[in-house]
Design a protein around this ligand. Structure first.
Ligand code: UDP
Ligand code: MG
Length: 136
């Protein structure tokens, strides 16, 4: 049975800064993802605070929001069968040290905060996050 899904991926400032945008997009394409929408933007800290509101009580929240708004990011809607889970698999663990071989974070992540990519963690959040960046 077909279960085509869309999810939100962000190439974070550490990766854009190191010119990894094309390499990371190739990893998505090689896994069968179609990039259906994309834009390179820089967001304000207040926007990052809204985007990461679920983490507002965490000790890393302020640094996280400062970081996400610190430079250009590439925001993408990516699509394939079971895209939400498939993207989490391809990203790897939050801490690159724990990420499996073949994952984006294993290959490119620098540290738990500079871990190169964001991906929605559920189908509901994928819809919310896609709307956050692409609702016109
Ligand atoms: N993060 C951090 N320190 C931590 C945990 C998370 O800086 O101890 C950052 C990291 O960039 C991570 C983001 O906060 O990607 C969101 O955390 P989450 O637990 O949702 O991880 P993710 O879904 O990105 O794997
Ligand atoms: Mg998360």
């Amino acid at each position: 049975m077909s279960n085509l899904e869309q999810t939100l991926s962000i190439i974070k400032p550490d990766a854009v800064e190191r010119n990894l945008e094309n390499e990371i997009k190739e990893m998505f394409k090689n896994k069968g993802f179609n990039i259906v929408k994309e834009k390179k933007i820089q967001i304000e800290k207040a926007e990052a605070e809204k985007f990461y509101k679920v983490h507002e009580t965490k000790p890393f929240y302020n640094d996280l929001c400062a970081y996400l708004s610190s430079g250009p990011i590439v925001v993408m809607v990516i699509e394939k069968e079971n895209a939400v889970l498939a993207n989490r698999d391809l990203m790897g663990a939050t801490n690159p040290k724990d990420a499996a071989d073949g994952t984006i974070r294993k290959k490119y992540g620098i540290s738990i905060d500079k871990n190169s990519v964001h991906g929605s963690d559920s189908i509901d959040n994928a819809k919310i996050e896609i709307d956050f960046f692409f609702k016109d």
